[in-house]
Design a protein around this ligand. Structure first.
Ligand SMILES: [Zn+2]
Ligand SMILES: [Zn+2]
Length: 104
């Protein structure tokens, strides 16, 4: 899974503690690379635990779990799906459909 911010991919096999951080953004599991951790306020872009405001969340099996306090909530399937851009002209409809980015 690439970094959600810059698209970088983990190159080295994970050995021990990875410098990459995991988080949940719009109910989807994301990774943040070490560069982006220092370059931007990545916590502001992530979902937070409704109970303790931690960003240490994991998304799995249709629910989001807080690794800090253990609070879980169901992931919203409606949020997890990115809405495709409406086609500007009817002639573009087919092309837009073909060019949809693959789900990661
Ligand atoms: Zn990054
Ligand atoms: Zn929590």
């Amino acid at each position: 899974m690439p970094c959600f911010q810059c698209g970088a991919r983990q190159s080295d096999p994970a050995r021990g503690a990875s410098p990459w951080r995991r988080g949940v953004r719009a109910d989807r599991q994301v990774l943040i690379c070490p560069d982006c951790q220092t370059a931007l306020d990545w916590r502001a872009a992530l979902d937070r635990c409704v109970s303790c405001s931690s960003v240490e969340l994991i998304c799995r099996l249709g629910e989001v779990e807080c690794r800090t306090c253990g609070h879980t909530r169901p992931a919203d399937p409606g949020q997890a799906v990115e809405q495709p851009e409406p086609a500007a002209a009817s002639g573009l409809a087919e092309e837009v459909r073909v060019l949809q980015p693959r789900r990661l």
